[in-house]
Write a protein that binds this ligand. Structure first.
Ligand code: SF4
Length: 389
């Protein structure tokens, strides 16, 4: 067993030095100030927005016992204060509907607790593992798959607590790819995060480390030189971010993506398909094009996991399939993500989408193109005159 501890100072400080003595503009661009001034209560929300009764009830319920509220000033500035249908607002302002369950709702939709192989380590595939390093995020997204534990109060995990997980990874060289998640790893102090990544890098079998984060979207100020310099020596490090709507492509967020790309981080985006937010082919086309412009690859469009209390934000499976059919041929391949349904229970991700194969015969496959034309493809050696199935 390895034994690793952080200094008292590192353990006691989540955010690093507080932002004092700064001008208003400097404070706005200070990520610590952004976190320290996040809206966290129903009263904070009521001061900033014209809340509907449904939102006020949801916010009061979240405050009492539910999934907590956090919205950075940056992200709150993207919210339309008077329109409850605002796609940014729907992602972060609680609604009373969070208290209602829908058939199929699950507390832990991906069966992560059943697939825990060490404390804070989940393994659902042979070559990958998910390391949960904190329960804190810059924003708490109302559709979060991990709402059962995110914001629960444990804070960032110190290396001592993560030691069994690191030992497991050392003992299991088949795990090549570690997804560092939580919570949001980039909501942790830089020295703590750097120490953790450096520790993972001592495990020779771990080839790729991915940081799963909404920080480029919700707290773009966090992608600063200090962070990039700390992480750069530990490449290959991938950033898996999470833009859901083109309004989130604020100039500061776009600059954060560019800084990551310039520092050598491949940046991949996972969009969650959300009712009333982005369940529209035009909205997603604009988002995916905007991401590609900033060298961010639209990677997955995720069918929302059936998390308890998110029925009002989920779409039907058919909605996603129809959107993908509308986008096929309209967006280039680099702008077109895979539509993914993560099978409830933790059985793994399943690519879904429109059916492009019309029929399959002996050595011949008939496909339908995005133009609606049906075309035969002959396998090598198959006679071209073979009729399609
Ligand atoms: S940032 Fe990620 S982990 Fe945090 S609440 Fe949003 S979806 Fe959940």
């Amino acid at each position: 067993m390895t034994s690793l501890t952080l200094s008292q100072d590192e353990q006691g400080t989540q955010l690093g030095a507080p932002s004092t003595g700064l001008s208003t503009a400097e404070r706005w661009h200070d990520w610590r100030w952004q976190l320290q001034n996040a809206a966290r209560t129903a009263d904070d929300l009521a001061r900033a927005l014209q809340l509907t009764p449904e939102e006020l009830e949801g916010a009061r319920a979240a405050e009492r016992a539910g999934f907590p509220i956090s919205i950075t000033p940056h992200y709150l500035s993207l919210v339309d204060p008077s329109d409850p249908r605002c796609p940014i607002r729907r992602q972060v302002v609680p609604q009373a509907a969070e208290g209602r369950s829908t058939p199929g709702d699950l507390r832990d939709p991906l069966g992560e607790e059943d697939h825990q192989v060490a404390p804070e380590l989940v393994q659902r595939y042979p070559d990958r593992a998910l390391l949960l390093v904190t329960d804190r995020c810059a924003v708490y997204c109302r559709f979060c798959t991990r709402s059962r534990m995110v914001g629960a109060g444990g804070g960032p995990r110190n290396l001592e607590r993560l030691t069994p997980a690191l030992d497991y990874l050392r003992a299991h060289p088949e795990v090549k790819d570690v997804i560092v998640s939580g919570g949001d790893p980039l909501a942790m102090a830089t020295p703590r995060l750097e120490r953790l990544v450096a520790e993972l890098r001592t495990i020779e079998s771990v080839e790729t480390i991915r940081l799963a984060t909404r920080v480029p979207v919700a707290l773009p100020q966090r992608i600063d030189d200090e962070l990039l310099q700390a992480l750069r020596p530990h490449h290959p490090l991938w950033v898996m971010t999470h833009f859901n709507h083109p309004k989130e492509l604020h100039p500061d967020a776009r600059a954060a993506c560019r800084r990551l790309a310039d520092a050598g981080f491949p940046v991949m985006n996972q969009t969650v398909l959300l009712r009333g937010v982005n369940d529209d082919a035009n909205v997603l086309a604009e988002l995916f094009r905007g991401l590609v412009r900033e060298r961010v690859r639209p990677y997955y469009l995720l069918q929302t996991d059936p998390v308890r209390g998110t029925g009002h934000l989920r779409t039907s499976v058919q909605t996603g399939i129809d959107i993908m059919a509308a986008l096929q041929g309209r967006l280039s391949g680099i702008a077109l993500p895979k539509l993914i349904l993560d099978a409830p229970g933790g059985f793994g991700k399943v690519p879904i989408g429109p059916e492009w194969i019309v029929s399959r015969g002996d050595g011949v496959t008939r496909v339908r193109t995005h133009r609606g034309v049906e075309v035969d493809y002959f396998d090598p050696g198959a006679p071209p005159e073979t009729p399609a199935g």
